[in-house]
Design a protein around this ligand. Structure first.
Ligand code: KPL
Length: 300
């Protein structure tokens, strides 16, 4: 299959490598002529893991190229998804498949509603990598990826066609619940680590941070229970505690965005939760508080 990857960040390049290794053709769609020139100049991208570095040579182009797209993997930041999709929409073939792999919720549901004729998949991943140089990634850890079809149209064949791409890739018939689980964990950890400017594990070390986390988790539990979504078998706070402990030395993505003065994904994480809660008339004051505080950073 020929995959076009829109969003050449860490997850995009990680997937470009996985797809290429499994025999798929890969084209990177880069954001600006400068980025494309930089890639052409480098001639490849590379991924280092432990002592090994692998190089990959993939085609690259801009969104305004005119070759048709049959398989689109979209891995931009969640706030950029809608515009990124729009920039290539006219290139999609009639039976195109779109796989959205980004944090948060909202864009997946919006695109699926707006394009009922498209086969749209969404995924959630715990895979991790970061850049040490442009087009050079360090693989931080091997995580799992769950994908499932969101659109009514299409079939589940895509998952079979992705066999061999990643042995930690799983199919789910209920991707909405998978996305909610990731969203819930992100609501519990990301805004607080950004506000306290701390590592994930440092949320657990102080009474006030633990209390804030517990209140946020309780509200998320209230919302999901009201929607009939089973998040975890135990309370979200217990699950989030384990994730914060396991990823204790990590800086969350939102903490990194705030400390580098980049826009955050708050609107598709806590913003999505609060939007759903407000519509259902469920009070989420602690989540609203952190939403407003992070919005303050974003506005700056
Ligand atoms: O997904 C994450 C993120 O940083 O966005 C967590 C689970 C909080 C790990 O850092």
């Amino acid at each position: 299959m020929h995959w076009h990857i829109l969003g050449a960040g860490a997850i995009g390049l990680l997937w470009a490598a996985k797809l290429q290794k499994a025999g798929h053709q890969v084209t990177l769609i880069l954001r600006t002529p400068e980025k494309l020139a930089q890639y052409i100049d480098t001639g490849h991208f590379q991924i280092s893991h432990d002592a090994n570095t692998e190089r990959f040579v993939a085609e690259a182009e801009l969104a305004n190229s005119d070759t048709p797209i049959s398989h689109l993997l979209l891995t931009t930041k969640s706030f950029a998804v809608t515009d990124a999709f729009r920039s290539v929409k006219q290139r999609l073939t009639e039976n195109a498949r779109v796989l959205l792999l980004h944090n948060g919720m909202g864009p997946q549901q919006q695109l699926t509603e707006e394009h009922p004729q498209l086969e749209i998949w969404a995924g959630s991943t715990t895979d991790g990598a970061y850049f040490d140089h442009p087009f050079s990634l360090i693989r931080a850890g091997i995580g799992e990826t769950h994908i499932g079809r969101l659109s009514a149209c299409g079939s589940d064949l895509l998952f079979q066609e992705l066999q061999g791409v990643d042995d930690q890739l799983h199919h789910t018939a209920d991707i909405e619940t998978v996305l909610w689980r990731k969203l819930a964990i992100n609501c519990a950890i990301n805004p607080l680590t950004a506000l306290f400017n701390c590592r994930n594990g440092e949320l657990l070390k102080y009474d006030d941070r633990r209390a804030a986390m517990a209140q946020i988790c309780k509200e998320v539990d209230d919302v999901t229970r009201a929607l009939g979504i089973t998040l975890f078998e135990r309370k979200l706070m217990e699950e989030a505690w384990d994730v914060a402990e396991l990823t204790g030395s990590n800086h969350s993505s939102m903490q990194q965005d705030v400390s580098h003065k980049r826009p955050t994904e708050i609107e598709t994480i806590t913003g999505y939760l609060c939007g759903v809660a407000d519509q259902a008339n469920i009070a989420t004051p602690a989540n609203h508080l952190v939403l407003d505080a992070i919005r303050g950073f974003d506005a700056r």
